[in-house]
Design a protein around this ligand. Structure first.
Ligand SMILES: *[C@@H]1O[C@H](CO)[C@@H](O)[C@H](O)[C@H]1NC(C)=O
Ligand SMILES: *[C@@H]1O[C@H](CO)[C@@H](O)[C@H](O)[C@H]1NC(C)=O
Ligand SMILES: *[C@@H]1O[C@H](CO)[C@@H](O)[C@H](O)[C@H]1NC(C)=O
Ligand SMILES: *[C@@H]1O[C@H](CO)[C@@H](O)[C@H](O)[C@H]1NC(C)=O
Ligand SMILES: *[C@@H]1O[C@H](CO)[C@@H](O)[C@H](O)[C@H]1NC(C)=O
Ligand SMILES: *[C@@H]1O[C@H](CO)[C@@H](O)[C@H](O)[C@H]1NC(C)=O
Length: 487
C-alpha cells in the first residue's frame, strides 16, 4: 500500500516536473562568430569596441577555457552533433564548395533534438557543412527555416564566391535562392531577419535560433561608418576588421533589444562562441596566445565564449573549467529540459557551468588528422594541465601582436616540409598558457602518457572524407547559384 502510494506520488511529481520543465523551456540564441580572435573583443582588448558583447559577457559567465576545432567546418559539425570531427571524417581542413562531402546524414543535429522538445528552430548565417544534396542542408537537418549561405565564405554584399574556377552566388531563404539579398551588407540582413523572427514568434513555444554570422571572416568589408570609428588605426586591414567586429557587436545589441521589446529576454539563454581563432593574415588577432586559425596552438583553438541569461544560478564571473565545442549540443539539450545522448563525445556541462561547479571535462582532442600535409599526425591532446602536440602544428606557429601601427604584413607562413613529422611539444597550460616553454625533453614520462592516450583516440579515427572537387558542382549548371543535386 505504502509502496503504491509512494509510486503514485513519484509519478505525479515527475508529471509536474515535466509539465513545469516544458513550460519553462528557455528560448535559446546560439551565436557563432567566424574567425573572431581571442584579442578581438573589447573585454580583453580596449582598442576594440564591443559594448554589447562585453555587457552580456560580464552579466553572464565568461568561459575562459572554451575550445573548438582549428577551422570552420569541423567546429560547426562539433557544435551541431556533439561528435569529434576525426570520428565523422571531417577532420581535414574544411568542406570546399565542389566536394561531394557533408556532415554524415545519420548523425542527429542539435535542432533535431530541440524539435522533439517542442522548439521552433531557425538558422541565420553560414552553414559550411556541405550541400551536395538536399539531405545535407539545414532545412533537412532540423531547422524549420534557413536564411543564409551554404559555402564557407563569400562577398558580404554580392553574396558570390569563387572556388578554383567555379563562380557562383550563394544566398537562400529556406531552399529558395534569394537575389534580393544582393547589395546589402549581410550583417544588417541577419539582424533584420532575427528581428522579424522574434517579432513573429508565438511565445507559447520555445524558440531556438542558431546564428552563425558571416562576421568577421574575410573578405575584409565593412560599411564606412564602422571603419570610421577606428580612424586612429593606421593599418587599413586592421582598421576595417575592427569596424567589422563592431558591426557584429551591433547585431547582438539589436537582437537583445528586440528580445526585450517582445518580452522574451528574461526567458532567453544566449550562448556565444567563435568557430576558431582569429586569422592574423586577415587581420584577426589572438595575442598573447600562440598561433592562429589552422593551427592546433591555443590561438587557433581557445576562443572567446560566454553564456548569459535564464537558468544560470551563478553569474558575473569567469568560468575556468574546460568546455569543448562537442559539449554544446548536449549542454543545450539539457538546458532545454531534454536528456542528452550518451553515445556522443560531448559532455553535458549545463549544471557545472550554471552553478560554477567543476567541469566534467578533464581531457579532449584538439584534432587528429593523418592526411598530407599533416603527414604523421596533425595531432594534439589535452589532459589536465598538459597539452601534447605531435607533428606539424599548422601554418602560423608564432605570436602575432595586433598590427595597429604597422603597414607591413609581418606574418610569415611556415609551410609543411616533413621535418616536423616526429616533433613532439609538451606544454603546461596552467603555468604557460601562451605555449612558450616546450617541456617535452624535460618530461618524457608525461609525453609518453599523453601519446598513449592519443593512440587510444587514434584507433577510433575514420579516414578523412576529403575527395577532389568535381565540376558537376559548377554553379553554371544551376543558373549561377551554388545548388545541391550533384551527389
Ligand atoms: C592597443 O593598442 C596599443 C597601441 O597600438 C598597443 O600598444 C596595445 O598593445 C593594444 N592592446 C592590445 C590588448 O592589443
Ligand atoms: C553513421 O554511418 C557511418 C558510416 O556508415 C557509421 O560508421 C557510423 O557508425 C554511423 N553512425 C551512427 C551514429 O549511426
Ligand atoms: C563577385 O562578383 C564580382 C563581379 O562579377 C567579382 O568582381 C568578384 O570577384 C566576385 N567575388 C567573389 C568573392 O567571387
Ligand atoms: C542596429 O540598430 C541601429 C538603430 O536602429 C541601426 O542604426 C544599426 O544599423 C543596427 N545595426 C545592425 C548591425 O543591424
Ligand atoms: C500560439 O500557439 C498556441 C499553442 O499552440 C495556440 O493556441 C495559439 O493560438 C497561438 N497563437 C497565435 C497568435 O498564433
Ligand atoms: C619518424 O619516426 C618514424 C617511426 O618512428 C621513422 O620511421 C621516421 O624515419 C621518422 N622520420 C623522421 C623525419 O625523423
Amino acid at each position: 500500500m505504502c509502496n503504491c502510494l509512494q509510486n503514485l506520488l513519484f509519478f505525479i511529481c515527475i508529471m509536474l516536473t515535466t509539465a513545469h520543465g516544458q513550460a519553462k523551456s528557455p528560448h535559446i540564441l546560439f551565436i557563432v562568430a567566424d574567425d573572431f580572435g581571442w584579442n578581438d573583443v573589447g573585454f580583453r582588448n580596449p582598442n576594440i569596441s564591443t559594448p554589447n558583447i562585453d555587457k552580456l559577457a560580464k552579466e553572464g559567465i565568461i568561459l575562459d577555457q572554451a575550445y573548438v576545432q582549428p577551422v570552420c567546418s569541423p567546429s560547426r559539425s562539433a557544435f551541431m552533433t556533439g561528435m569529434y570531427p576525426f570520428k565523422t571524417g571531417l577532420q581535414h581542413l574544411v568542406v570546399w564548395p565542389d566536394q561531394k562531402v557533408c556532415a554524415p546524414t545519420n548523425l542527429t543535429f542539435l535542432p533535431q533534438h530541440l524539435k522533439k522538445l517542442g522548439y521552433a528552430t531557425h538558422m541565420i548565417g553560414k552553414w559550411h557543412l556541405g550541400f551536395c544534396k538536399w539531405q545535407c542542408t539545414p532545412t533537412y537537418r532540423g531547422f524549420d527555416s534557413f536564411y543564409g549561405y551554404y559555402t564557407g565564405r563569400e562577398d558580404y554584399y554580392r553574396k558570390n564566391n569563387s572556388h578554383d574556377k567555379l563562380l557562383g552566388f550563394d544566398f537562400r531563404k529556406n531552399m529558395e535562392t534569394d537575389e534580393e539579398a544582393i547589395g546589402t551588407y549581410s550583417t544588417f540582413q541577419y539582424t533584420t531577419r532575427a528581428l522579424n523572427l522574434i517579432a513573429q514568434h508565438n511565445k507559447s513555444q520555445p524558440f531556438f535560433v542558431y546564428m552563425p554570422l558571416q562576421s568577421v571572416h574575410e573578405p575584409i568589408q565593412v560599411p564606412i561608418e564602422y571603419e570610421n570609428m577606428y580612424n586612429h588605426i593606421r593599418n587599413e586591414g586592421r582598421r576595417k576588421f575592427s569596424g567589422m567586429v563592431t558591426a557584429m557587436d551591433d547585431v547582438i545589441g539589436n537582437v537583445t533589444e528586440a528580445l526585450k521589446a517582445n518580452d522574451m529576454y528574461d526567458d532567453t539563454l544566449i550562448i556565444f562562441s567563435s568557430d576558431n581563432g582569429g586569422w592574423p593574415t586577415e587581420y584577426g588577432n589572438n595575442f598573447p596566445l600562440r598561433g592562429s586559425k589552422i593551427t592546433v596552438y591555443e590561438g587557433g583553438t581557445r576562443v572567446t565564449s560566454f553564456i548569459h541569461g535564464t537558468g544560470l544560478k551563478k553569474t558575473g564571473y569567469t568560468y575556468r573549467g574546460m568546455i569543448h565545442a562537442v559539449d554544446w549540443s548536449p549542454t543545450i539539450v539539457a538546458a532545454a529540459g531534454g536528456v542528452p545522448d550518451k553515445n556522443i563525445d560531448g559532455i553535458n556541462q549545463w549544471d557545472n557551468i550554471r552553478t560554477g561547479g567543476q567541469s566534467s571535462r578533464t581531457e579532449f582532442i584538439y584534432n587528429l588528422d593523418d592526411l598530407p600535409p599533416y603527414q604523421t599526425g596533425h595531432a594534439a591532446i589535452r589532459m589536465g594541465d598538459y597539452k601534447l602536440i605531435v607533428g606539424y602544428p599548422g601554418l602560423y606557429p608564432n605570436w602575432y601582436p595586433p598590427p595597429t601601427y604597422t603597414d607591413d604584413n609581418y606574418i610569415k607562413e611556415v609551410p609543411y616540409d616533413g621535418s616536423q613529422n616526429n616533433k613532439t611539444q609538451l606544454f603546461n597550460l596552467k603555468d604557460d598558457p601562451n605555449e612558450h616553454d616546450d617541456l617535452s625533453t624535460k618530461l618524457p614520462d608525461l609525453v609518453e602518457k599523453l601519446r598513449t592516450r592519443m593512440a587510444e583516440y587514434h584507433k577510433q579515427m575514420v579516414p578523412a572524407n576529403y575527395p577532389a572537387g568535381t565540376s558537376t558542382a559548377d554553379p553554371k549548371n544551376y543558373n549561377g547559384f551554388w545548388t545541391p543535386g550533384w551527389c
